[in-house]
Design a binder for this molecule. Structure first.
Ligand code: GLN
Length: 300
């Protein structure tokens, strides 16, 4: 992160102590303060633990002291996610830029990429076209590009601001033009690739509308509802993907997406009833929740 402002070590040390106490009082893990300073001030864990930076004459920060203080108060009193303060999040071993215009990628979504890798390995699918549908920050598309090194990677996103973030992330993390980005709704921009796609991967909005405001305030009050709200039963976009994917996948191509706890049975049924899929499979996340659905398009 570019450093434009600076503060004395002793001043930052005082702030660090105070912020950790405020975190505890607000029922936030004090380790978030450590992570925040690692990200914005480049301090490592040991330096933080030992407090040795207290003696340093100057520590660089990417924004003013006042703005750091203001953001931290928003963290504690308004539950602003700490990742929106740093503008970054770690995910699958790399660092992604995030802003309130994109969902902060969750650790469980990393498994979606492991499944894509596992089911394409040793198969011609690995050298096909893979699409991250509704890419948001670009997380899934970028991870696919890193894992499926022979695949052509596309990403679609309807929101211009989110798309700009995804493109910045791709630029920071991948060789030029590794991913082709398209602005548009779901698969709509890919009309000319109908019947040619090997893999469609998505973390679509899947939370039922009435549940969205009941999520933890970090999510409900700060993350983009367009990336969360899946309509009355949460399945609006999943139904849409299941309905349109067979037009775009080639025979034997894979549809793979994330869903919410409790959605596995209706999702399995939707995939089976659609009539264009075979080998429908459901996979749990690390917490044991049925979280991912995979299906192959029928062979012609
Ligand atoms: N997993 C996210 C959450 O817990 C929801 C992501 C989504 O709707 N795709 O809030």
């Amino acid at each position: 992160m570019a450093s434009l402002f600076s503060i004395s070590g002793s001043h930052l040390w005082q702030w660090y102590q105070k912020a950790r106490q405020q975190a505890v009082a607000a029922d936030i893990s004090p380790d978030e303060v450590d992570w925040l300073l690692q990200e914005i001030a480049g301090l490592d864990k040991l330096t933080l633990r030992l407090g040795s930076f207290r003696e340093w004459p100057q520590i660089n920060l990417p924004f003013t002291w006042e703005s750091l203080e203001q953001s931290w108060q928003q963290r504690c009193s308004q539950r602003l996610p700490v990742q929106y303060i740093t503008g970054t999040t770690p995910w699958r071993g790399f660092s992604l830029q995030v802003s309130p215009q994109v969902l902060i990628p969750r650790p469980e979504t990393e498994l979606l990429v492991d499944l894509a890798k596992k089911f394409s390995q040793d198969s011609p699918l690995a050298a096909g076209i893979w699409v991250d549908v509704g890419t948001g920050s670009g997380a899934i598309a970028i991870a696919l590009a890193k894992e499926l090194t022979n695949a052509t990677i596309y990403a679609t996103e309807i929101d211009k601001n989110a798309l700009a973030i995804a493109q910045t992330n791709a630029k920071n993390l991948l060789p030029p033009d590794r991913i082709t980005f398209y602005q548009g709704s779901w698969l709509q921009p890919l009309a000319s690739d109908r019947g040619r796609i090997s893999g469609m991967v998505s973390n679509p909005p899947y939370i039922p509308t009435a549940i969205v405001p009941t999520l933890q305030p970090e999510v409900a009050n700060h993350e983009p509802h367009a990336a969360l709200d899946g309509g009355e039963d949460g399945l609006d976009y999943i139904r849409h993907l299941i309905a349109i994917a067979p037009t775009y996948l080639h025979p034997g191509g894979i549809l793979l997406f994330e869903m919410m706890a409790g959605q596995a049975s209706p999702v399995r049924e939707l995939l089976q009833q659609q009539g264009s899929y075979r080998d429908v499979q459901i996979f749990p996340d690390l917490a044991g929740i049925e979280r991912f659905a995979l299906a192959y398009k029928n062979d012609s």
